[in-house]
Design a protein. Sequence first.
Length: 246
Amino acid sequence: MKLNLKKPLKLTVIAPCYNESRTLDESLKRLTKIAQKNLTLEIIVVNDASVDDSLEKLKALEKKTTSINVFSHKKNKGKGAALQTGFKQASGDIVAIHDLDLEYNPKDLLRLLSVMIEHDADVVYGSRFLTGQERRVHGFVHANANKFLTFFSNLFTNLNLTDMETCYKMVRGDILKKLALKENGFGIEPELTAKLAKFKKNGRRLRFYEIGISYDGRGVEEGKKIRIKDGFHALYCIIKYNLTSH
């Protein structure tokens, strides 16, 4: 997808990494290809104390690719902590999140960016449940757990999202820098949504948009890290960050 950008724009993509040695090369290869005329790409990979050879591979890629910047935690802290480290380093006009496990197609980031520009949006989510894009069929329970968490979140935020738990979230950089995020684990997803829903820009709520994306989800046997306990913690985070000012 080619964007018709009339002026230069910088997109920062934050990619948390924990034991993704098997897929990170291909994932970053696909990601670097979305750069184009007037679109500068800054890729910030945060290695969350991987115990495989992810860090070695990332350091080698960093030397070869100017758009890739690698940061590392000495101790494993969780996805939320990795994202917070990345957000602090981000310098882009717009910031997005990307996982390195090949579940998401980086070309879809251009579709999110197109919506951001065309509609002057503040936040764009890529939904795995909106029709129009291919998606790998997975378990009924996992899919509907995600839908329930989205429904529960919507009750508090008064948004009508279809996929609150999606990885593909895109936010204007100046807004993201003002959020005080705390969750170190997967609870970062409902926390980020709650705080974006509360955020006021010039006295108004942020302009949220959603667009369908493709999804090639993997199962636990393929390395998926999220577990049932993370779903219960997400419920707690939805209540906590919507009902408090923290």
